[in-house]
Design a protein around this ligand. Sequence first.
Ligand code: NAI
Ligand code: MG
Length: 335
Amino acid sequence: MTQTITVIRGDGIGPEIMDAALYVLDAMHLGLQYEDADAGLVALEKHGELLPAATLESISRNKIALKSPLTTPVGEGFSSINVELRKRFDLYANVRPAKSFPNTKSRFPTGVDLITVRENTEGAYIGEGQQVTEDGATATLVQKITRKGSERIVRYAFDLARRTGRKKVTVVHKANILKSTSGLFLKVAREVAAQYPEIECNEMIVDNTCMQLVMKPEQFDIIVTTNLFGDIISDLCAGLVGGLGLAPGANIGADTAIFEAVHGSAPDIAGKGIANPCALLLAAGQMLDHIGQPGKASRLREAIVATLEAKDSLTPDLGGSGTTMSFAKAIASRV
Ligand code: NAI
Ligand code: MG
């Protein structure tokens, strides 16, 4: 059976890491067909738009996209193409695993294996109603949390735990101070948690969570939280395990999902062939889990770990002297 996915090669290091990722996926004989679609600076040059209608149609049709980073030029239409894509397809769950890998020079070379599930559509992060008074003295924004938004993200986290055999969900909040917004999120989270008696649920205030993550990250399994807290916490978690070259993310909606690296288009190393392809490959692993190929997803992750263990052709960010493509070939030889 073949499945068509939309492939967005993106800007900067995007095309290089996508070539490398597709080289590895091809070696796995997954029965995937790729439909190329443009977005970002490349699209602006070719079609005069950052996010062409044909790209949106391709994603709507295929429901699954693998996406490289995009450069959002300052002062061109939307504030961010990525935020625009999340809105268009109501991609409410931002799922970011952080896992210890060998030979990464990270603070936690072992012991971390957690997933941050971040609400992706509401809360302070979306910047609703931002205003500054004319005299520049007072700034405001509206922070809105809904029962619907809270319920679907917490349910996503518990279903993910159930599906993947994880044991614990930590609900991260600030309901002691933000009694209305964070309070509603926590209340709904408790209601949902009660429907999953086999999964341990604990609650943690966000500032304490940050300290606990740095001191004892092994205590966390799945974290579920609101948009802005999730933005900050997931970067903290990426930092614990060795940084951007190894941090993937999925944006998941009811019927559409977009898989990408957490990092950006890295203009400083673009065109040099030295970008680490692992973050995008790990995102492809999340995609394989999502489309019902969990066995292949595990094989891909195992091949990445084996290549890191062997220090075979690692890119310079991991202390090696390999290239994007030689690293990919080393991984492909192990799938
Ligand atoms: P960045 O993530 O592109 O780069 C930060 C640092 O990490 C740079 O030193 C870069 O060389 C390094 N780096 C990033 N990915 C790497 C990889 N795979 N291998 C080795 N080193 C890597 O962040 P920056 O510079 O703030 O943003 C550059 C552009 O990317 C901006 O236009 C921004 O809007 C865009 N961006 C796009 C994202 C997306 O499409 N999802 C996410 C974040 C930023
Ligand atoms: Mg962020």
